[in-house]
Structure formats: structure tokens, C-alpha cells
Design a protein around this ligand. Structure first.
Ligand code: ATP
Length: 366
């Protein structure tokens, strides 16, 4: 686990950040340009020193200003990918990758080199690489070093779509396989939705909120800060009987309700996670008699923000113990007489499959 509580003055700017990140999963730092994300990563990497504070990794102090501890960057055993690739200019690509190659990662060399599409670059000097190529090499170097923590600052910016997707999938898989904190900075909310398990919001040098991604996305009080994210919810389900005639399969939610999904959702018995966008959830007071919506869920309104008097109202619904978000116009909210604890029927237009470890695939089901 990573534990951070640091202060650092940089000109007029003060970073005053407290954060913890577990050994499992990807913790995303999200915030406006200039909010302090890179400055925090530089402190973690040991490229800069805090004026005050503590940085602990698995209980070991990397920094403790009170005790005069400051482990230098090269002794922290971290994998660092910053926007600029920082390769050794006088080593070929192979040398850059092998320099930090950890004994436990020998078997991974070919796989990572192939995944990153850098096999044909192994004998080049860094000066002869494009920006995207150099970044891929630096990602490879970080992964192959068998790090105790991975720090990634916009690692995928500038990479093309297919390569980016493959790398996202790889990082997601990696995050499940290795038990090290992975700190990932990005402005790209789709990227974060695919890779992050936890989210920390950075505002003016402070971490203003942090938690599991799904819990954060369910919080109505964070709607403004999370405006860049397409608000959505995640539901868990177990696949049951298929309906081969219609190429559908049933999925049972923990509270017993059923959803109908496209057959490619998986095999009977498989546990899956579904992502449902807020704008794909319509509400009714009772189930319509005949409708093209296949997926209707009985739910209870848990929370809403109608008192903000905006044109639309954000709601969270309880479906058993799971939470589902919805957004309706204030006009509809008033006309339906919606209020907390009111039972409703959530009509779901479209569901993305988001099995852990894979980025969401969109499936539309009406
Ligand atoms: N060495 C420095 N001296 C003075 N101010 C600095 C220094 N380094 C960073 N800053 C300031 O600290 C603030 C935070 O910068 P930082 O690069 O950490 O932001 P960021 O969240 O990573 O932004 P971006 O998303 O644009 O990369 C900015 O206002 C920046 O101008």
C-alpha cells in the first residue's frame, strides 16, 4: 500500500496532498490542468522533495521529513512513465529495456516487446525514435523493471487508437496480476473508465475526494467535478439460461431480478459486470404494459439533487444492494412526483459489458 501525506510549495502553488492507494488495481488522479498531478507524481518518484511529509510504500518510508529520510529515485525501485520518455540516449532500445530488466521479468520480455510493437526498434538509438515510439519503449522499461509501484503520467497520449486499446487492456490485466500500487494520471475519461479501479480528484493542490471508481461515480455531490465523465453505474450479475432463438442470455442481479443481454455477454455461470450510462436509464412509476424495453428493473429512489433547481435532476436508485444512476428533466421529476424512497421502474435502454479486466464493449438492447 502507498501512503502519502505531503506538502510542497512551488512558487505561488502549494501542493498539500494526502492519499492512500492499495496494492491492487489502478488509482487514477484526475483534475484540471495545473491542479498538481504531475507535481505529486514527481514527489512519489523521488524527482522532487516535499517540504514536509511522509511517503510510505508497504510500510517502508521513502520520505519522512521528520526523520530526515529521503530515499533517492534510483533506489525506490519504481516504474515511472512520464510524458517525456527519459530514455538513456547513449543506449540502444534493447539496452534501455535490459538496463533495468528484473530477474522475475525475463520471461515477459518478448511478450511486452511484442505488445508494445517495438520489436523492430530494438537496435535503434533513442534519438532515432518518434515521440510515440519512445513512449512505448519507456512503458516497456517501466514494466520490465519489476517495480514496487508504477507511476504513469498520461502514458498513452499520442498513441494511436488500436495500440492505445491494447495497452489499456494490458495495464488492466497487469493490475489484476501484480500486487503493486499503480498510479495513473490522465485527462481522458474513457481511458480512466477502462483502466481505473479507484479515483482521486485533485483540485488546487489537494486531493478533495477519493474512493472506488464506482462509488465516486455514484456520488451526486461530485457531479460537477466529474462532469467530464459520462456518468454511469456498474451492476454485477451472473449469466444464466441463454435464449438461443433470439441470441440473448439472461443475467441475474444479486437481488434476483433478471436482465436480457446479447448472447456474446458470456457463458452461463459466468460472473459479469455491466456498465449502464445514466442517460440510458429512463424512469416510470409502474412497468408499462407493452414496451420495446427488455430490461425493466424495480428500484427505489435513494438520493436526488432536485434542490439544485437545474433543468435536469440526477438520481441514485437502489436495486437490491446495488446502485443505479439516472437523470431526468426536472419537469418529469415534478410531474411523476419523484421523491426519496419512492419505488420506481428503471427502464434500461442500453448496457455495456464491462467484465473486470476488459474495457467496456457497447451492446445496445432495447
Ligand atoms: N518548479 C515549479 N516552480 C513553480 N511553480 C511550479 C513548478 N512546478 C509546477 N508548478 C506549478 O504547480 C502547479 C501544478 O502543476 P502540475 O504540473 O503538477 O499540474 P498538473 O495537474 O500535472 O497539470 P497538467 O494536467 O497540465 O499536466 C501549476 O500551477 C504549475 O505552474
Amino acid at each position: 500500500m502507498l501512503e502519502v501525506d505531503v506538502t510542497r510549495r512551488l512558487g505561488d502553488f502549494t501542493l498539500e496532498a494526502a492519499l492512500t492507494a492499495p496494492d491492487q488495481g489502478v488509482t487514477a488522479l484526475f483534475g484540471e490542468s495545473g491542479s498538481g498531478k504531475t507535481s505529486l507524481l514527481r514527489l512519489l518518484a523521488g524527482l522532487d522533495r516535499p517540504d514536509r511529509g511522509v511517503i510510505r510504500l508497504d510500510g517502508e518510508a521513502l520520505v519522512d521529513t521528520g526523520r530526515g529520510i529521503h530515499v533517492p529515485a534510483h533506489k525506490r525501485q519504481l516504474g515511472v512513465v512520464f510524458q517525456e520518455a527519459r530514455l538513456f540516449p547513449h543506449y540502444r532500445v534493447r539496452g534501455n529495456l535490459c538496463y533495468a530488466l528484473h530477474s522475475s521479468m525475463h520471461a515477459e520480455f518478448e511478450r511486452i516487446v511484442t505488445l508494445l510493437g517495438i520489436d523492430h526498434l530494438l537496435d535503434r538509438m533513442p534519438g532515432a525514435l518518434s515521440g510515440g515510439e519512445a513512449r512505448r519503449v519507456s512503458i516497456g522499461r517501466a514494466l520490465l523493471s519489476g517495480p514496487r509501484m508504477l507511476l504513469m503520467d498520461e502514458p498513452l497520449t499520442g498513441l494511436d487508437g488500436a495500440r492505445k486499446q491494447e495497452l489499456l487492456d494490458y495495464i488492466t490485466r497487469l493490475a489484476r496480476e501484480v500486487e503493486i500500487p499503480i498510479i495513473f494520471v490522465s485527462h481522458d475519461t474513457d481511458e480512466l473508465m477502462a483502466v481505473a479501479t479507484r479515483l482521486a480528484l485533485v483540485e488546487q493542490g489537494r486531493i478533495t475526494a477519493s474512493g472506488e471508481l464506482d462509488d465516486m461515480l455514484a456520488r451526486l455531490d461530485l457531479s460537477d467535478q466529474l462532469g467530464g465523465f459520462e456518468a454511469s453505474s456498474r451492476l454485477h450479475a451472473v449469466l444464466e439460461a441463454p435464449e438461443p432463438d433470439y441470441q440473448l442470455i439472461r443475467a441475474r442481479l444479486p437481488d434476483g431480478q433478471l436482465l436480457l443481454l446479447p448472447a456474446e455477454a458470456g457463458e452461463p455461470g459466468e460472473r459479469i459486470a455491466l456498465r449502464i450510462r445514466v442517460r440510458d436509464v429512463a424512469l416510470a412509476l409502474e412497468a408499462p404494459a407493452r414496451t420495446s424495453f427488455r430490461n425493466l428493473l424495480t428500484a427505489t429512489i435513494e438520493e436526488h439533487d432536485a434542490e439544485r433547481e437545474r433543468a435536469t435532476v440526477e438520481l441514485t436508485l437502489r436495486v437490491g444492494k446495488e446502485r443505479l444512476r439516472s437523470r431526468v428533466t426536472r419537469h418529469a421529476f415534478d410531474e411523476l412526483g419523484l421523491e426519496r424512497e419512492r419505488p420506481v421502474v428503471a427502464m434500461i435502454r442500453s448496457v455495456s459489458l464491462s467484465p473486470s479486466g476488459q474495457s467496456p464493449r457497447r451492446n445496445t438492447m432495447k
